[in-house]
Design a protein around this ligand. Structure first.
Ligand code: GDP
Ligand code: CA
Length: 322
């Protein structure tokens, strides 16, 4: 094995992750550092209870993507999916009908909900689900405590807070958000293993996930941000040339008064947190004192491209750690 390969093999990497962007980055990270120990801290702020079942969209997207069960086109949900249960629920007129849950996916939520009912914490349930999917990383929820993102909107029905998924999926973020809050964050504790993994990490990576409702949410769990700030941290900008690559991250940034730019997201994270920042060539002018900025293509066309980006992030972390 090459010297660089040996270094990567001994490495302990912690990566935060939201949904699709985070999962695709992780697939590249795992490919570029196959022998490294990778711990993923997943966002659970998007979690929602539907039809009596606990749904964890971001944890499942990471699990299915790394486990080879993802619908590649869509980026979330299961491959070769059918929707008979959803159609039957709709035939009964049961709400909500705006959230897409496929038959195969339903099974995951049934297993999870059964285990929650039996008293298991989400971290243990996630580990149990991963026994099937073998994602090749240790996947931890940010917290075992119930902690959900809510969005304050003002539409024809008046000013009110709705669950993040209702704003994101049902309204497609078309109603401006007045504010976004992680309900339950004050008293939430990091899940078992989270702080220990950060403590033992050689590098912490912030992949291109939503900076407000994915990465921002994880950082709000008391203790996590401070633990990460003490480490060598490299982030990949989720914004290229003033726009999100996909999705509606701009609506979330606008809601918290932050411009949609690679510079503004770096400023939002801050130099106390970030040591290295990867931006796209068109954002080469981005700068912040105390942060090493590198401009490289950061579009994840495929796993090879994602692996290149992950390798650049690890190399930068290696340099910064000295
Ligand atoms: P989340 O669950 O809301 O965090 O959703 P995702 O993890 O799918 O990603 C959200 C962010 O990642 C958005 O701001 C996207 O623009 C960004 N993103 C998605 N694909 C890419 C990519 O290929 N490269 C980069 N740099 N950013 C991306
Ligand atoms: Ca998400």
């Amino acid at each position: 094995m090459s010297e660089a390969g040996e270094r990567l093999g001994r490495m302990h990497i912690v990566s935060l992750a939201g949904g699709i962007g985070g999962a695709r980055f992780l697939r590249g990270l795992r490919a570029t550092a196959p022998d490294a120990q990778i711990t993923v801290i997943g966002n659970t702020g998007d979690d929602i209870t539907l039809f009596g079942l606990r749904v964890c969209p971001d944890l499942d997207t990471v699990m299915y993507t790394l486990g080879g069960g993802i619908d590649e086109e869509q980026g979330w949900g299961r491959a070769k999916e059918s929707h008979v249960v959803k159609e039957e629920l709709a035939a009964y007129g049961v709400e909500p009908q705006w959230f897409g849950l496929g038959d195969r996916d339903f099974a995951t939520h049934i297993v999870r909900s059964q285990m929650l009912e039996a008293g298991y914490p989400l971290s243990q349930i996630t580990e149990a689900l991963c026994t099937r999917w073998q994602p090749g990383v240790r996947l931890l929820p940010m917290t075992d405590d119930r902690c959900e993102t809510h969005v304050v909107i003002d539409d024809e029905r008046g000013r009110r807070a709705v669950h993040f998924q209702e704003w994101w999926v049902r309204m497609r973020a078309s109603v401006p958000a007045e504010s976004i809050a992680l309900v339950g964050a004050d008293t939430a504790k990091p899940a078992p293993g989270v702080l220990e993994a950060i403590e033992q990490a050689d590098v912490v990576i912030l992949p291109p996930s939503n900076p407000v409702v994915s990465i921002g949410t994880i950082l709000q769990i008391p203790g996590i941000r401070a633990a990460i700030a003490a480490k060598t941290v490299v982030g990949v900008s989720p914004i290229i040339g003033g726009a999100p690559v996909r999705g509606m991250a701009d609506a979330c940034l606008t809601a918290i008064g932050v411009e949609t730019s690679a510079q503004a997201v770096l400023d939002l994270y801050g130099s106390d947190l970030i040591d290295g920042w990867l931006v796209s060539p068109e954002d080469a002018g981005v700068a912040l004192e105390g942060v090493r900025v590198i401009a490289r293509p950061i579009l994840m066309h495929d796993t090879v491209a994602a692996a290149d980006i992950a390798r650049t992030a690890l190399d930068l972390a290696g340099e910064l750690a000295g």
